[in-house]
Design a protein around this ligand. Structure first.
Ligand SMILES: Cc1cc2nc3c(=O)[nH]c(=O)nc-3n(C[C@H](O)[C@H](O)[C@H](O)COP(=O)(O)OP(=O)(O)OC[C@H]3O[C@@H](n4cnc5c(N)ncnc54)[C@H](O)[C@@H]3O)c2cc1C
Length: 533
């Protein structure tokens, strides 16, 4: 295949990038290992999008920026945070024109208060439908633009290089196992985050950090890899089927709710409201559990007992029915919640034009690191995907307009043999190790242990053999290989950062240190992970 701009991943970032690139005159190919617009986090997002629209109360992007920098605990890349906050209003209004259906009061777009924002700033479609509506709106735009070719079931396994320049990618057509070379004048990695690395996560199967591994192997740098955001109130118990583990967040937006320890004491100074930012709430929950005040399954209680049956039904009608089908009655029952891997603040290092250090290679969305520093505010991730996608699409199209179509050099990977492991089983073990030792509370001993286990897998995850036909084992090996590399980056960065800051908490270094108010950058050198900074 040949294209001016290749976009890897079709979440909000990839689709927004495609529209921007096509509007700038480029021919675009969007490739996704899943179905277009249905594979990653965007379609799963339930709730809110942060933007200084000033529709509910007067606002300005500089206020949004100031809150974002504060939440990032001194580690935001200011130019990226500014791009997110400054460009978000235009993207949100554009989405409105495209018919996303932001919720409205009589005469204005509704904006609600979320923790860490200094005023009501978060727009939404419906409290459980924002992501699907965003995804559907962007898919509809893509369908209207003949310059954009969309291909699902195409897994990008490596970026193509000519010297140091990115010239497209090598992909695998999942149903047939055929290798597909894609020549591109400019390439954008929009593959989302890495939360599949953790046994307890809120993600889909496609979020094992492919983009980070692709970028690293192509010579790009990663930044802030130790900052994995844990969503404080992931569902823990009772068993619930067919519901999202982070569904309690919309409930808290609308109804408040009390977080209680085993002694039925409210341990966050919230008084039933929803005010604590994510890193603080996560730490507070872990502290209750560590000090013996946790619930039977190792979390804390969440109570909506202050709500009447009618009030619950008015706020969440059909969801209440589904809870009832699971035997849960919120007027009577308490829920157990605990932190769950949710989002990644770190990622590919880019400048404000979304350029990586590799000529011809851009990145966008959650795949990018730096905009949210050590902790992300609610709603900033979708804004990040829109604004970074738009900027990347524009700049990639400009580069393509002055470039010639490259031809790909043949891949050399065919010779490797399939290793003597069960990759699916190894993925499960890796997820458990990451959950146990590289989760929201870390220590040198646990991190060392995790690093050793990650390194033990290195040999089996060396070169990737060429796929032969439809082979789920090959996909598992591909995923394991990327997850292992990315897990090594997260673990090493977490081990080196001997302080606690935002989402990175060390039991053995509980305080933040001024000396650590700096980023760690990671690159591959001679095939090994190297940290600088
Ligand atoms: C359950 C949940 C709820 C959330 N709620 C909110 C919210 O309310 N507000 C908010 O701001 N944020 C929320 N977030 C975070 C936010 O949704 C994401 O950060 C954002 O959608 C990321 O968009 P993206 O386009 O960068 O990546 P994604 O939407 O994750 O898309 C990445 C795409 O890349 C594809 N891909 C990956 N690897 C490859 C490969 N090798 N080859 C080809 N394709 C590949 C995937 O299949 C996927 O389609 C939520 C996240 C989750 C998981």
């Amino acid at each position: 295949m040949e294209t001016d701009v290749l976009i890897i991943g079709s979440g909000a970032a990839g689709m927004y990038a495609a529209i921007a690139a096509a509007r700038s005159g480029a021919r675009v190919l969007v490739a996704d290992r899943s179905l277009i617009g249905r594979g990653g986090a965007t379609v799963m997002a339930q709730m809110t999008v942060a933007v200084a629209l000033g529709e509910e109360t007067p606002d300005h992007w500089e206020h949004h920026l100031s809150d974002t920098l504060k939440a990032g605990r001194g580690l935001c890349e200011p130019a990226l945070s500014q791009l997110l906050c400054e460009d978000a209003p235009e993207c949100i209004r554009q989405m409105d024109e495209w018919g996303v259906g932001w919720a409205r009061a009589a005469s204005h777009i509704r904006q609600v208060q979320a923790p860490g924002h200094d005023r009501p700033r978060c727009v939404y479609v419906d409290f459980v439908n924002t992501g699907p509506a965003v995804s559907k709106t962007l898919r509809a735009q893509l369908q209207r633009m003949p310059e954009i070719r969309r291909t699902g079931d195409l897994l990008v396994s490596d970026l193509a290089l000519d010297g140091e320049r990115c010239t497209g990618a090598w992909a695998v057509h999942v149903p047939t196992g055929k290798t597909v070379p894609i020549s591109a004048k400019a390439t954008i990695v929009a593959t989302g985050g890495l939360t599949r690395l953790y046994a307890r996560n809120s993600a889909s199967l496609n979020m094992g950090g492919d983009g980070y591994a692709l970028a690293l192997r192509a010579g790009a740098e990663l930044i802030d890899m130790e900052f994995v955001q844990f969503f404080p109130i992931g569902h823990l118990a009772p068993r619930m089927v067919g519901m999202d583990p982070i569904m309690w967040d919309p409930f808290r937006y609308k109804l408040g709710g009390r977080l209680l320890n085993a002694g039925m004491e409210e341990f966050l100074a919230e008084e039933g409201k929803y005010t604590s930012v994510r890193d603080r709430a996560t730490q507070a929950i872990l502290k209750e559990v560590a000090e013996g005040r946790g619930t039977p399954h190792g979390g804390v209680w969440l109570s909506f007992k202050h709500c009447s049956a009618a009030g619950l039904r008015a706020a969440f009608g059909p969801v209440i029915e589904r809870l009832a089908a699971n035997g849960i009655d919120l007027t009577r029952d308490l829920i157990e919640v605990a932190p769950i891997a949710h989002y990644h603040m770190g990622g590919i290092r880019v400048d404000a034009d979304m350029r990586t250090g590799v000529p011809g290679l851009f990145a966008a969305g959650e795949a990018v690191g730096g905009a949210n520093g050590a902790n992300r505010l609610s709603g900033n991730a979708i804004s990040e995907a829109f604004t970074f996608g738009r900027r990347a699409g524009l700049r990639a199209a400009q580069l393509a307009a002055r470039s010639r179509m490259p031809s790909l050099r043949e891949s050399e990977k065919a010779a490797a043999a399939f290793p003597d492991i069960n990759p699916a089983a190894e993925i499960v073990k890796l997820q458990q190790v990451m959950n146990e030792h590289v989760g929201p509370l870390r220590s040198a001993a646990g991190l060392q242990d995790a690093l050793q286990r990650v390194l033990d897998l290195r040999e089996a995850c060396g070169a990737l053999p060429a796929p032969h036909g439809l082979d789920p084992r090959w996909i598992d090996l591909h995923d394991l290989r990327n997850m292992r590399l990315v897990a090594e980056c997260v673990t090493r960065a977490a081990l080196d950062r001997t302080e606690s800051r935002g989402a990175h908490q060390r039991a053995d270094f509980p305080e933040a240190s001024d000396a650590w108010q700096r980023h760690q950058r990671i690159r591959l050198s001679g095939g090994s992970v190297r940290i600088e900074g």
